[in-house]
Design a protein around this ligand. Structure first.
Ligand code: ACO
Length: 275
């Protein structure tokens, strides 16, 4: 682990080459999200976005669990009757779990093991990719204690699950495991927990090898067009393509065409160009 990383009270940062693990670090509380953790995650993501070594971010939890949702004591009870503190905590919670993560300028992977409850769903959905242990436990447990999947959870769940599944798991609070999550496409895949890091790193290394500008623009394009009409998407994607040609410091398009058409040293169908 490199010691040039940001130090935070409730979030741990670890490097693995160009991949940076951002780790919710309250294992004794199953990584339940306190206001401090929300602030720390905001700082961690801002740091990772600007860190030159970081090409891919993996979000995960310490101690064998991903996240037990919002901290009922520190996020909810401690702020009951204090609307200003509740507002601040809510803003920070929303900021990292959705605003920063879903618009993150680098590839993001949620690596889920153990428990993932309630508000812990939001960062999983906001990440570009998710890989779970097949015995991970997911649950929209809000209904079990008399609240709704608030924040953005109910909305985020409908972005990724089919309507029947979103309704079923929101209203029943039934748990599902990693293998079931993969079958519903809530995560990209599920693997035995002993292979979780290896499977995550296999994807991370693949992403690290690609042009950062192309990865960023592609993920932004895929995410953005979902809410557009065909006409809007066509116009937006033209602009996005032109912008990529302009901003890409590597000039990947030209380099790749030269390597394929002139030098014949790479085949775009089979892998990325030589950078
Ligand atoms: N908020 C506050 N504290 C929590 C939370 C939470 N969400 N989850 C766990 N903890 C604490 C426990 O209170 C306990 O603290 P203590 O040691 O001081 O008593 C410690 O973490 C360990 O928890 P246990 O319940 O003892 O651990 P166990 O492994 O048996 O169970 C489980 C883990 C299943 C996650 C259980 O703690 C649980 O159901 N937590 C709540 C999950 C939940 O519904 N989260 C809220 C979702 S709704 C939302 O996010 C808006």
């Amino acid at each position: 682990m490199s010691d040039d990383v940001i130090k935070l009270e409730t979030v741990k940062i670890e490097r693995d080459g160009g991949t940076t693990f951002v780790i919710l670090n309250r294992p004794e509380k199953r990584n339940a999200m306190s206001p401090q953790l929300h602030n720390d995650m905001c700082d961690a993501l801002d740091w990772a976005a600007e860190d030159d070594q970081t090409k891919v971010v993996v979000i995960t939890g310490a101690g064998g669990n991903f996240c037990a949702g919002q901290d009922l004591k520190l996020f909810f009870r401690a702020n009951d009757g204090n609307p200003k503190a509740m507002r601040r905590a809510g803003l920070a919670s929303q900021a990292w779990r959705w605003d920063k993560l879903s618009r993150f300028p680098k590839a993001t992977i949620a690596m889920v093991h153990g428990y993932c409850f309630g508000g812990g769903f939001t960062p999983v959905i906001a990440c570009d990719f998710a890989i779970a242990a097949d015995d991970a436990t997911f649950g929209l447990s809000e209904v079990n204690w008399g609240i709704i999947p608030g924040g953005l959870v109910a909305w985020a769940v409908t972005q990724i699950l089919g309507y029947r599944d979103a309704m079923y798991y929101s209203v029943t609070g039934d748990k599902f495991n990693g293998a079931e999550a993969a079958a519903m496409k809530f995560v990209n895949k599920a693997v035995p927990v002993t292979n979780l890091r290896e499977a995550t790193m296999e994807l991370a290394r693949k992403l690290e090898a690609k042009s950062p500008a192309a990865v960023r623009y592609t993920k932004e394009a895929v995410r953005s067009v979902r809410g557009m009409s065909q006409d809007q998407a066509m116009d937006y994607l033209h602009c996005k393509s032109d912008a990529l040609k302009f901003i890409d410091p590597e000039k990947g398009r030209e380099k790749a065409m030269k390597q394929f058409l002139d030098e014949k040293v790479f085949k775009p169908g089979l892998g990325e160009f030589k950078r």
